[in-house]
Write a protein that binds this ligand. Structure first.
Ligand SMILES: [Zn+2]
Length: 152
């Protein structure tokens, strides 16, 4: 049968930047847009404002979204790209989730368990596990505050 043949063709185009929206991947709980060339943006309605800022310079790079289409703005980034950014954003999201679900597992252990799911062996040294453990602890602290009340 001619039509039944399935062929997977993967074309790698290094020149093309792709974007991925990660739900609640950022500190402030907003949607985060991560670009394949190592930049992140905080999604604010239709105009995506980049979340990463330099102390002395404000990065003017923006991305506009129209449905499935992402269009980079006219300004260049004023800081270097982070090639492991997409993975870091995913790891942050995963440790938050795992930390909430496994409240009796230590924060460090949660990070140790989630790390291999996002990063492969040689990339482990790119991750500051202490800062991710802090993310877990902060998430748990918020749960404790929000669940305060009267127990009867
Ligand atoms: Zn930038």
């Amino acid at each position: 049968m001619e039509g039944a043949r399935i062929t997977d063709i993967i074309i790698e185009d290094s020149g093309e930047v792709t974007y991925e929206v990660v739900e609640s991947g950022s500190n402030r709980g907003c949607k985060k847009l991560v670009s394949s060339d190592g930049f992140s943006f905080c999604v604010k309605s239709r105009k995506d404002q980049e979340s990463r800022r330099n102390k002395n310079m404000t990065c003017k790079a923006t991305v506009s979204q129209r449905d499935e289409l992402f269009i980079a703005g006219k300004f260049e980034h004023c800081h270097p790209a982070d090639s492991s950014l997409t993975k870091k954003v995913k790891l942050r999201k995963n440790v938050k989730q795992a930390g909430k679900e496994n409240i009796f597992t230590s924060a460090t252990k949660v990070v140790d368990l989630e790390l291999p799911r996002t990063f492969s062996g040689q990339d482990f040294n790119l991750v500051n596990t202490t800062s991710f453990a802090r993310v877990v602890n902060r998430t748990r602290a918020k749960i404790q505050i929000s669940s305060s009340g009267t127990y009867m």
